[in-house]
Design a protein around this ligand. Structure first.
Ligand code: HEC
Ligand code: HEC
Ligand code: HEC
Length: 349
């Protein structure tokens, strides 16, 4: 027994020395031109596929992936975050990307054989030892728009449809880029910006860029523009008239309960009622407190859920809001969303 142990120990030392030589003396050829040793690519790819199948669980709830607003938001994000590697549907990859080891598959091929929640796992987590990056924020609900887009690609989306979906409005850069998503108020998870003050908007942009406010989509967008343009963009949006979007139709009983909550004393001396900070009808509202009147209900619901769970992040004053949301339950959130969404956008100004 002792001899067996001694032999094993000697083998371990030898293996360590051999490994040390490969690392220390540079014996392993890292040139991507040479590719992986025969069989290694197959092992890595098979490990990847089985690893995703093991880890990606079907969630209890999934958004409606055929929702055109979700597909368009996902396509617009894809256009700046993924297209450089996977190309657009029907588009040829650049020669350099096709030479990567492992190569990013063209998107029509990359989506084959995966279920939506498996695509969600891949986009959220990325793939180790390849060029595939993870989602750039500590949050995963905002990966679903990208999955909605990938599902449309699975169903055969063509290059022309992609072009229509990601077309930018006729404005100068970088404004055109922002307006692609923030333009006509049609993408439910994208807040309109023209009801907010410039100070709040600029603070939010800095927070996305600095990573203190979690959003994979805006983390990407905020770094697409030079930092010195942020103040101008914030002032431009703040100066636009509030879009005449009709108030959203919300269930009357929820709106009433929300109205009561928004005005009610919270019973906690540290936490004033929502109205004290957000209005409505509060002319002395701080320039850093957002206007909530008329924001899209799906956006409000997502944000309040994130605040309550301590995952929203934000600027220097975010602590105030975290405290205010800590004790909300799902039914409070439904009522608060219904109330603020039902207000005409201009009431908060
Ligand atoms: C820097 C290049 C790069 C970027 C950017 C990138 N990917 Fe990838 N992606 C890769 C590579 C390389 C692989 C292949 C990994 C492998 O086969 O081991 C991959 C794999 C995938 C797969 C799985 C494909 C398969 O073989 O089954 C999907 C789906 C995918 N990417 C989607 C996306 C989406 C969506 C985005 C944007 C949010 C994105 N990728 C951004 C490089 C990239
Ligand atoms: C691909 C779509 C997309 C693009 C492009 C985009 N945004 Fe956004 N934007 C979003 C989404 C989605 C959110 C909500 C993110 C969240 O959950 O925090 C958002 C949120 C914001 C907010 C926070 C608003 C609030 O009420 O808190 C600001 C400010 C903003 N975007 C400004 C910009 C500017 C300026 C640009 C151009 C540089 C831009 N966005 C480009 C999708 C986009
Ligand atoms: C003490 C002041 C204060 C109170 C009270 C307060 N908030 Fe806030 N709220 C803020 C601040 C400040 C922010 C922005 C923080 C940031 O992004 O850095 C915010 C942000 C929000 C947002 C995100 C808006 C957007 O465009 O992303 C929502 C939704 C919200 N509050 C809802 C509520 C509701 C509902 C209540 C009552 C339960 C409430 N707030 C109470 C200060 C407050």
């Amino acid at each position: 027994m002792k001899r067996v142990l001694q032999t094993l120990a000697a083998l371990a030392v030898l293996a360590g020395l051999a490994g040390g030589a490969v690392v220390g003396l540079g014996l392993y050829n890292v040139s991507a031109r040479v590719g992986h040793l025969q069989g290694v690519s197959w092992v890595l790819h098979t490990t990847f596929r089985n690893s995703v199948r093991l880890r990606a669980a079907r969630p209890a709830e999934m958004p409606d992936l055929s929702d055109p607003a979700l597909i368009e938001l996902g396509a617009r994000h894809y256009d700046t975050a993924c297209r450089s590697c996977h190309a657009a549907p029907g588009e040829a990859q650049s020669a350099t990307m096709a030479a990567m080891v492992p190569a990013p598959p063209p998107i029509g091929q990359a989506v084959q054989g995966w279920k939506p929640y498996q695509l969600h796992w891949i986009v959220a987590n990325g793939i180790k030892m390849s060029g595939m990056p993870p989602w750039p924020a500590q949050r995963e609900d905002d990966v679903w728009p990208v999955v909605a887009f990938l599902s449309s690609v699975q169903q055969g989306m063509e290059g022309a449809d992609y072009g229509t979906l990601t077309r930018l409005p006729d404005e100068e850069a970088p404004l055109a880029y922002c307006l692609g998503c923030h333009g006509d108020g049609g993408l439910a998870q994208v807040p309109p910006l023209n009801g907010q003050g410039a100070a709040y908007l600029e603070m939010a942009l800095q927070a996305y860029r600095g990573g203190t406010r979690a959003s994979g989509i805006m983390a990407q967008a905020a770094r697409e523009v030079p930092p010195e343009t942020m103040g101008d963009l914030a002032r431009w949006f703040a100066a636009q008239p509030v879009a005449p979007i009709p108030p959203q139709d919300m269930p009357a009983d929820l709106v009433e309960r929300g109205r009561a909550l928004v005005h009610a004393d919270t019973g906690d001396p540290d936490v004033p009622a929502c109205r004290a900070c957000h209005g409505p009808d509060r002319s002395e509202r701080s320039a850093f407190f957002p206007n909530l009147a008329g924001l899209p209900a799906p956006y409000l619901r997502t944000q309040l859920g994130l605040w309550r769970d301590g995952r929203r992040g934000g600027g220097p004053q975010a602590g105030l809001m975290r405290k205010a949301a800590r004790h909300l339950d799902d039914s409070d959130i439904a009522a608060l969303v219904a109330y603020y969404a039902s207000l005409p956008a201009e009431t908060g100004q």
